[in-house]
Design a binder for this molecule. Structure first.
Ligand SMILES: [Fe+2]
Length: 257
């Protein structure tokens, strides 16, 4: 199997609602490694609920995690990252260095919508790109306006936004409408990255291999490789990603009664 990349996994002990201690954090890394993940973003929330999470703390905790993985002989490559909640200050916070980009390279920023809320993100995408950083919208499938709204996510992509879907949404969401929406997104080149958004060794464990297999079923192995490995490795290393233009939805010529 191709080495998998996970660009969004909460791995820093006691930092947010991820692992509560280093033992859990290392156990999560072992799960990711056994799943075939070879590079992973140790991600922490940056939002009003966790005001004490700063880029400096994430960077220091990532170094500590690397040290512990080396001691445990788990050769997983770990990169620092933040999952930033979108708010009115996001551009100024980024400019002032209060937000951590992926791998602290200034190229990509993981952003999430506030829970249960949908906002028009078009201007934010353009402004962040103007500052030199490409936003990656994480788990947009949680928002029906994005998953089912005609042309909404497509316009964000055309402006330069990347789309990261949670692995569990692909494999175990239990909602056939969401599954259909995601299958359509895969086929229409809407999804650029898959990540575990892992939070603990048990409750929300890391791992993307099951989603990788499902993507290949829905589309083909080349696309699964791009979404679960090649694009993720590029993001973690701060390298550019070429994204295909999203394909239009299939028109429904009649509806069932
Ligand atoms: Fe997350």
């Amino acid at each position: 199997m191709i080495p998998l990349a996970d660009v969004h996994c909460h791995l820093l002990a006691g930092m947010d609602d991820g692992p509560q201690d280093w033992q859990q954090a290392v156990a999560m890394c072992r799960i990711a490694w056994d799943d075939g993940v070879r590079a992973i973003a140790a991600t922490a929330h940056q939002n009003p609920r966790w005001p004490e999470v700063t880029p400096q703390r994430i960077l220091e905790a990532t170094i500590e995690l690397r040290r512990r993985l080396e001691a445990e002989k788990i050769p997983l490559e770990v990169y620092p990252a933040a999952e930033v909640m979108i708010g009115p200050e996001i551009e100024s916070d980024f400019e002032c260095g209060r937000l951590l980009s992926v791998s602290n390279l200034g190229c990509y920023l993981l952003v999430e919508l506030p829970s249960g809320m949908f906002l028009d993100l078009r201007d934010m995408v353009t402004r962040l790109l103007g500052l030199g950083v490409r936003p990656i919208l994480v788990h947009p499938e949680r928002h029906p306006e994005l998953l089912h709204g005609a042309g909404v996510v497509e316009e964000l992509i055309q402006r330069g936004c990347l789309i990261q879907v949670s692995a569990a949404s692909i494999t175990q969401n239990g909602n056939s409408r969401v599954t259909e929406g995601l299958r359509s997104w895969v086929r229409r080149d809407i999804i650029h990255l898959i990540a575990s958004d892992g939070h603990s060794p048990t409750r929300r464990p890391p791992g993307v291999s099951a989603a990788y297999g499902r993507l290949a079923e829905w589309s083909d192995w080349a696309k699964a490789d791009r979404i679960c490995s090649i694009n993720g490795m590029a993001v973690l290393e701060g390298l550019p990603i070429e994204t295909p233009r999203p394909r239009p939805r299939k028109r429904r010529w009649f509806t069932r009664t």
